[in-house]
Write a protein that binds this ligand. Structure first.
Ligand code: HEM
Length: 142
């Protein structure tokens, strides 16, 4: 995945806003994931998945912070997320299909919070960026 300069700029700009709401957007994304695609809950049998639980807030923040690392290293997302890629493939064994679902939920949470900033161009760039992260996190499966 190669982002154009304009796409990188769009991702960085919307991220500056998201970065101020890491926990809230992280939790909302997970809550959307578990409500819309309940099968994804099977990866979290050890979590209290009730709304706004401590574990959901902690995990939501971790996921969003990892996305922040990818923004900071937008020219080397693979390097930035190498350890996470191994974790999801070899230890957690998350089926790759679930990354599309979570990406969609993150996208919805960002769009809902910043409707005026979420122009078609930002939408397309953000979608491509999340698809790039998903492809890095699932490439060890092949
Ligand atoms: C753990 C990021 C997608 C399931 C983690 C951690 C991070 C992370 C940062 C914590 C790692 C650590 O503690 O060292 C991401 C990102 C994703 C993604 C950026 C895609 C955008 C998914 C998906 C699933 C999933 C799609 C399954 C539906 C898990 C599980 C854990 C985990 C079960 C371990 C939770 C725990 O026991 O604390 N992920 N993840 N992840 N992830 Fe993901």
């Amino acid at each position: 995945m190669t982002l154009t300069q304009a796409e990188k700029a769009a991702v960085t700009t919307i991220w500056a806003k998201v970065a101020t709401q890491i926990e809230a957007i992280g939790v909302e994304s997970l809550e959307r994931l578990f409500a819309s695609y309940p099968q994804t809950k099977t990866y979290f049998p050890h979590f209290d998945l009730s709304q706004g639980s401590v574990q959901l807030r902690g995990h939501g923040s971790k996921v969003l912070n990892a996305i922040g690392e990818a923004v900071k290293n937008i020219d080397d997302i693979r390097g930035a997320l190498a350890k996470l890629s191994e974790l999801h493939a070899y230890i957690l064994r998350v089926d790759p299909v679930n990354f599309k679902l979570l990406s969609h939920c993150i996208l919805c949470s960002v769009a809902a919070r910043y409707p005026n900033d979420f122009t078609p161009e930002v939408h397309a760039a953000w979608d491509k960026f999340l698809a790039g992260i998903s492809s890095v996190l699932t490439e060890k499966y092949r």
